[in-house]
Design a protein around this ligand. Structure first.
Ligand code: SF4
Ligand code: SF4
Length: 336
């Protein structure tokens, strides 16, 4: 039988009590898995807004620095990683991106065609990332308001704590994690390979609402994972289009002022492009700037720098991925 997450805190081993949850990374290294040296930046932001270091709520991590300093460190690490790699972390490193690609491969094996979302709807869907991100952070502040401001912004939203106040069990902390499809996937995989006990899934927390079936997986997590799995068999990389962590990286890599200094970019040579449209058709997130923008930096917030367009563009040098202005990969003349 494997060990439970609480018995392993690699972060505390490596970084001490300054960062027992490990360093933040701009892709989903889920907090809820077994041990960790790195943790999803969104989990850390939500968790550190709630200053539970004041509440001995059964957490065996003892933080030695205040929430605001930890939030500053998380944001600094997120900005650094986003400026260096941009959204290449979504295209190449994120394990949930790999899961999306496996589902695309499965669909292709059965020779089903993917379904195309109209560009207008795709742009609207992409805005859900920022809605999810903002909502998660606002809810975190509301749930933490008693601890932060000494008064509740909304009555009855304070979790129970050892300082005497009554309240609910605290199960709503980290609100996005309750619906994140990566959380059950990580835990199911780790239970399957023996790194976690199955009881982490099956133990029903008696004081929690029914939809929080156990501490590690809520029924909402599972329902959303099933919905995303079905949608990903129809639309390529569907979760990458709405992922709030991807939205966070986009904020720090594709929007001004970061856009000017980001090191990893998709570039287009206007003179070599014949407007054949292949790049637009093959893009798994249906990014449009690669086709529609005339030339130069065509990295946009939907682009995950997967290089599929560069691989399939049939004109040498029309598209390239650059790191610090050095070409990493460029399109080839494969028609000849
Ligand atoms: S595939 Fe290449 S040549 Fe065709 S439209 Fe895109 S950038 Fe231009
Ligand atoms: S624009 Fe190109 S690099 Fe960006 S996501 Fe689409 S196919 Fe990948």
């Amino acid at each position: 039988m494997g060990t439970s997450p609480r018995s392993l805190l690699f972060g505390a081993d490596f970084f001490g009590t300054q960062f027992p949850d490990g360093l933040t990374v701009p892709f989903m290294a889920c907090y809820y898995s077994n041990g960790r040296t790195v943790t999803c930046g969104l989990w850390q932001l939500q968790a550190y807004i709630f200053p539970y270091y004041n509440y001995a709520n059964g957490y065996d991590a003892i933080y030695s620095i205040a929430g605001i300093e930890k939030i500053a460190m998380v944001i600094a690490l997120l900005i650094s990683a986003s400026v260096i790699f941009g959204k290449a972390v979504c295209g190449w490193i994120c394990p949930f991106g790999l899961y999306m690609d496996i589902l695309t491969r499965t669909r292709k094996t059965f020779r089903f065609r993917h379904s195309h979302i109209s560009d207008k709807s795709n742009t609207k869907i992409a805005q859900l990332r920022y809605v999810a991100l903002t909502s998660a952070l606002i809810i975190s502040v509301i749930l933490s308001s008693y601890a932060i401001f000494g008064t509740e912004l909304i009555t009855g939203t304070t979790p129970a704590g050892p300082t005497g106040q009554s309240g609910y069990s605290g199960a709503l902390n980290e609100p996005f994690c309750l619906i994140c499809p990566m959380r059950p996937l990580c835990i199911i995989v780790e239970c399957s390979v023996g790194l976690m006990k199955f009881s982490c899934i099956t133990d029903i927390a008696s004081e929690s609402p029914l939809w929080i079936s156990s501490f590690y997986i809520s029924s909402l997590n599972l329902i959303i994972l099933i919905i995303i799995t079905i949608l990903a068999l129809i639309h390529r990389r569907i979760f990458c289009r709405i992922c709030p962590v991807g939205g966070l990286i986009s904020l720090f890599s594709t929007f001004t002022p970061f856009k000017q200094i980001v090191l990893t970019k998709l570039k287009k040579n206007e003179q070599k492009c014949t407007k054949c449209g292949i790049c637009k058709r093959v893009c798994p997130t249906q990014a449009t700037d690669v086709y529609e923008k005339k030339g130069g930096d065509v990295t946009e917030s939907k682009c995950i720098l997967c290089a599929r367009c560069v691989e399939t563009c049939p004109y040498k040098g029309a598209l390239s991925i650059k790191f610090a202005e050095k070409t990493v990969i460029e399109s080839r003349n494969w028609l000849e």
